[in-house]
Design a protein. Structure first.
Ligand SMILES: [Zn+2]
Ligand SMILES: [Zn+2]
Length: 285
């Protein structure tokens, strides 16, 4: 990439694609949909946002486990001091301002969790199933990313000719194949669908991209590169006309999430602040 696009030198970022796979993770494994490693004496977080029309009346809503990542699997993640486990949960109902779940983070030290919660609460019966992931183990892979939506207009104009040439010679499209990896991942560039909207920390620094929770591991039509090599044989016969029971569906969307119209939730943290304050964004097609 550096030889073809010398203007992008210095903009490469490593992203850790988590490659969720349907399975039965234990509390000791990095996973989607848990079970989370949770102290037995720590109350399960509830959402009691009564302002929401979409929220069921009455009892507060238990958050659903979305992701847990251990440092031994993804040491690149900027863990809060003293922690080696990041957990992401959210309320499975639409929330303002984007009609999407609001992620909540927990930073833990694995060894500091004593007696463990045995059974997590079941999701609210009216929970939006598109916001409740199916249990998956993860299979981290490091890939090098280059900016796409985050590329300045000036740099775009400088690489435009090389992008056209690469496409003509190889069929690879810069934006969909070479720049930002799709799917659920840690670090790298956010998987924006729309224009970037990076949050800033109270300290004044721009936050860093921490995690993207995406609806899809790759898009149906055009993202050949982001399909893992070992999955490509199962993708044979895949295309716009293929039916939903073709294996592509499970490979593309193992966790069964759908955030808006194939959108994503992007979680950010401030690496200048040891407490790791966080913020998030949502966008979709
Ligand atoms: Zn809620
Ligand atoms: Zn800060």
């Amino acid at each position: 990439m550096d030889a073809t696009f010398p203007q992008l030198r210095g903009l490469a970022r490593t992203s850790v694609r988590l490659h969720p796979r349907k399975g039965h993770p234990s509390v000791e494994q990095s996973s989607l949909d848990g079970p989370l490693l949770w102290p037995a004496d720590e109350p399960w977080p509830l959402c009691d946002d009564a302002r929401l029309e979409e929220h069921p009346a009455g009892d507060p809503v238990p958050l659903v486990p979305v992701l847990q990542v251990f440092a031994r699997d993804v040491p690149e993640l900027p863990f809060r001091d003293g922690s080696d486990l990041l957990q992401v949960l959210w309320c499975p109902f639409d929330h303002d301002p984007w009609s999407a779940p609001v992620p909540r983070l927990r930073w833990r030290s694995r060894s500091a969790v004593g007696p463990r919660l045995v059974a997590m609460p079941t999701p609210h019966e009216e929970a939006d199933s598109r916001y409740v992931p199916d249990p998956c183990i993860v299979d981290p892979e490091r890939v090098l990313e280059y900016p796409s939506n985050d590329l300045s207009r000036e740099l775009w104009s400088q690489i435009r000719d090389a992008v056209r040439q690469v496409q003509a010679e190889t069929g690879w499209d810069y934006e969909t194949d070479l720049a930002v990896a799709s799917g659920i991942k840690v670090g790298g560039y956010p998987g924006w669908t729309q224009q970037p909207d990076w949050p800033f920390c109270g300290c004044g620094d721009r936050m860093e991209h921490l995690v993207t929770i995406a609806s899809w591991e790759f898009s149906r039509g055009d993202e050949r590169r982001w399909i893992p090599l070992e999955d490509r044989p199962a993708m044979l016969g895949w295309g716009f006309g293929s039916s939903d029971d073709h294996p592509w569906r499970a490979l593309q969307n193992p966790a069964g999430l759908m955030l808006g119209d194939a959108g994503g939730i992007y979680i950010f943290t401030c690496t200048s602040c040891p407490a790791r304050p966080d913020d998030y964004r949502f966008d979709c097609s």
